[in-house]
Design a protein around this ligand. Structure first.
Ligand SMILES: [Zn+2]
Length: 180
């Protein structure tokens, strides 16, 4: 697949745990214009620069319901790039555990339980409503990034005990964020 950005595409700084943008509910997108498509391109470039597989707009301090993913498509031996606006999970099934990390919570990974398969409705960058089924890594990344649009982080899914064990690290991240 052709990369949806090039070397000249502007990149953004990803905000870190403790930044208020990560705890807000992002706004619905109503205008599907070149500015939106440019923003998506910059998010693809930023995600790739940080070696991430997904990025949501609040992570670059933009309060809109836009996320991008770039996951390996094993069948096609290629990277599947997908930009998703105004997502809604309309159906889900199964459940499985997987270790997750987050560009906004560096150096912390933990196991999160989520549905294995989802049916997703979303708008394309042109404003066309689509419906897709996703499983595996794609379903996982989509759910993680959709959480970001609702101010939810993967650590919120952990048990109080697991979160308690991470509290020292999280406090340190929060301090670093406030000082930066
Ligand atoms: Zn994340």
């Amino acid at each position: 697949m052709i990369r949806p950005f090039d070397d000249t595409t502007a990149k953004h700084k990803v905000v870190i745990y403790g930044h208020p943008a990560l705890r807000k509910r992002a706004n619905e997108i109503t205008v599907f214009d070149d500015a939106l498509r440019g923003m998506a391109r910059e998010m693809f470039a930023t995600m790739t620069d940080y070696e991430g597989i997904g990025l949501a707009a609040p992570q670059i301090d933009k309060n809109i319901r836009l996320l991008v993913v770039g996951v390996i498509d094993e069948e096609k031996e290629d990277i599947l790039y997908l930009a998703v606006c105004n997502p809604a999970i309309v159906d889900s099934s199964g459940s499985y555990d997987m270790e997750e990390g987050c560009l906004s919570i560096p150096d912390i990974r933990d196991t999160v339980t989520r549905p294995a398969e989802i049916t997703l409705e979303y708008d394309t960058l042109e404003g066309e409503r689509r419906k897709i089924k996703a499983d595996g890594m794609l379903a996982r990344v989509l759910q993680h990034e959709i959480d970001h649009l609702n101010g939810v982080l993967f650590i919120d899914h952990l048990s109080p005990i697991r979160r308690g064990l991470l509290s020292g690290k999280l406090k340190r991240l929060e301090r670093e964020q406030q000082e930066s």
